[in-house]
Design a protein around this ligand. Sequence first.
Ligand code: ADP
Ligand code: MG
Length: 355
Amino acid sequence: MAEIRIRNLHKQFTDFTAVKNSSLVLEDGKFVVLLGPSGCGKTTTLRMIAGLEYPTSGQITLDGDDVTYLRPRERDIAMVFQLFALYPHLGVRGNLEFPLRNEGVPRIEIDKRVEETAAILRIGHLLDSSVNGLSGGDRQRVALGRAIVRQPKAFLMDEPLGTLDAEFRELMCVELRKLHDRLKTTTVFVTHDQNEAMALADHIVVMDKGEILQADDPHGIYNFPATLFVARFIGRPPMNLIGADAPVVPGDTSVRIARRNIAVPRVDATSTQVVLGIRPEHVRLCGSDEGCLGGRVKHVEYFGSHWVVEVETEAGALKALADKSARPEQGLQVGLRFDTRRVVLFDAGTEKLLA
Ligand code: ADP
Ligand code: MG
């Protein structure tokens, strides 16, 4: 068990800044996902926590102890690279024993931990098998077992499901989450895939260009994105973002869009350039003389349980969800009704959520 803290962590590669003065508390026992586009500094951050890379400045503590410049094996943290990697010439037992033999753990302790790990992963019956004949799921369990058997203070995983096909990824996501629920070992998991992040995380840390933009639970990240980048990056189809025509001041309960007053939750900040955000599932189609904005159906996409309807309005193209029963015809004149409680406002200048 471990709480990991990073303070003003900074990593400069000659003339390129990979991680910018980032601070973060990774709470004991939580599953934390670092999420962001390729090149945003996720791997560099993880490698600094692991000790595979030293920061240019800043500090990393593990349960209060400064580990910033300790070597990887002095930190008691297990880095899981690709879950699939197994030694083919060793059996299941040999693969599980390997990390412990490497650390010089006594024989009797090795046997005990291998048995415990096999029980946790329900692979006890496979201990004396070769890894070559195993199913994909069992191979993954053995690979995970190699990290668990060390009983580290924390697990670090860098896109461990990256090479798997979609169906297997989902299966392994569920396995990883169940395992974490049982072991409660602090886990830092890196991915660029928001679905993986949403499925796994207690906390999501969204990064872009070396900076931490938001750290929150999945609900907070989805419903109250801290910046316009987070709003665009999280959720498919993405949040509708509409520039308003007039400033807002504290106390306002509407914003001016396309010469209409659109109801919003009570504003308590000032913004000269405000952007209204609303997710497609909080926009409903209604009659052309109802709703807060009108427009023409431009495009319809089928998702089985619902349609995603793109409507061309005076405020630009907006997406709404429609009930699966009736397919809205292209060209149809419709109204859009916003669920006012779900509207969020951003300042276009700072790109931040209005307080
Ligand atoms: P991510 O894992 O989010 O895709 P990385 O942490 O791997 O991003 O990389 C962040 C940025 O730092 C990238 O632009 C990458 O090219 C750069 N970078 C990473 N490692 C090095 C290095 N050893 N030398 C120079 N630049 C690096
Ligand atoms: Mg990476």
